[in-house]
Design a protein around this ligand. Sequence first.
Ligand code: NAD
Ligand code: DAU
Length: 362
Amino acid sequence: MILKDNSFTNLTHWAFKSLIKMKKIIVTGGSGFIGSNLVNFLIKKNFYVINLDKLTYSSNKYKNKLRSKKNYKLIKLDIINRNKVIKIIRKYNPDVIFNLAAETHVDRSIDGPENFIRTNINGTFSILEALRLLNKKKISPKLVHISTDEVYGDIKTNLRSNENHKYEPSSPYSASKASADHLVKSYIRTYKLRAVISNCCNNYGPYQFPEKLIPKIISNIFNNKELPIYAKGKNSREWIHVEDHCEALFKLYLKGKNGQSYNVGSGVNLNNIDLVKKILKICKTMKIKIGKKTKIKFVKDRPGHDFRYALDSKKILRNLKWKPKIKFEVGLRNTIIWYLKNQNFLKTILKKNYEKRLGLKI
Ligand code: NAD
Ligand code: DAU
């Protein structure tokens, strides 16, 4: 439910008091894939969550019972609007801001980098400036800035990148994320901003937009379509269930040391062809009908395609005692079941936004 700004006024005295007492958390990009899962996670933990989201093509318009809770508020906002960001932070005085708002699809960044520069770099800058100015007025929520493993670029087989690995982004998307990380680090050092950065690997789970590999393959299986694999499918990604990522982000809020970056990985690497075969196999064991057109099809490679990402996540394991709980096989199976039970999720998304091959306009 989208609560109006004066929503507090309709509550009983008791309900009003308990809402006022709740700790407030701002999540930017809380209508996206990871954001939706994080907002649900925080609502269940009884925080008052304020979601600032521009509601772009990748935002989730699907039903979600939790969203009708009194401790949730959605504000449609472009994070680049610094004055509004400042006003909202002043009004709610949150304990923490999780910054997830971003343009996130590598193929789209190849076709049109501008939006990525705008939201991922200038949008993060807007939040940092808001925090810098408010800091002077003694309003200083912690910032948990959500970055990615892609900032480290291609990682050689047998190596894993730790937090000190050099930044070597390959796509406009990863370069924009790397730039944002540098800005956050500079604000930490220069203005003593209270902030941590997470660098996470590929997420999978409920509510992921079907332009990304796993939901695309699941959706194509359900709809008797070919399964496109870039090049020969040997590129490797490390996969984590989105709920494990949310737990890690929560740990970073509670215990992450200001000024530090933390890799968040599962250690589970798979190449794309093996992953797609695994999804097909699980679907077969679940007696999902595999149509005649559902066949693996090797298609033209992504320009600049990173061959492998792999994180060394010892720091968060050791220092914050976080570790992923969801086994890949179990998480993947449950994800397929979720998409099966929630086929209307895919129906809320315009086909033109995910069926066309992107990223070849070079
Ligand atoms: P997503 O594309 O599903 O969601 C992004 C959300 O941000 C959308 O709801 C969108 O409306 C919102 N948004 C975009 N521009 C905005 C703006 N200018 N102002 C306010 N809101 C805006 O993305 P996701 O996969 O959930 O990723 C969330 C974050 O996690 C991103 O920062 C991404 O770089 C990072 N990340 C993602 C993964 C992954 O595997 N999906 C892995 C590591 C890190
Ligand atoms: O590593 C974290 C990153 O993971 C996040 O920062 C990004 O926001 C997120 O989009 C994701 O990036 P990838 O490029 O790794 O994800 P994508 O799902 O687009 O692709 C995963 C792999 O699958 C990659 O090697 C390209 C390949 N692929 C992708 C699609 C969509 C295919 O072979 N076929 C496809 O149709």
